[in-house]
Write a new protein. Structure first.
Length: 66
């Protein structure tokens, strides 16, 4: 039971963190004054973390169900 709660909390944290980085990166890139490399890195890091987390948890869910 505690493992499920810890897993859900970890998933929520990673998804929140990645979505936050993705949104902030997009907003920074949309500004015409701020197109620095850090904005692109932040945006791509958010996207990569989001994709890896999704793939990891889908893999775990599929293994447990089948």
């Amino acid at each position: 039971m505690n493992e499920k709660i810890a897993s859900i909390l970890a998933l929520a944290f990673l998804l929140g963190f990645s979505i936050y980085n993705l949104i902030v990166g997009i907003l920074q890139v949309k500004k015409k004054k701020d197109r620095s490399m850090w904005s692109w890195i932040r945006m791509s890091a958010g996207l990569v973390i989001l994709l890896l987390t999704s793939v990891f948890y889908v893999n775990i869910i599929l293994r447990k169900n089948f």
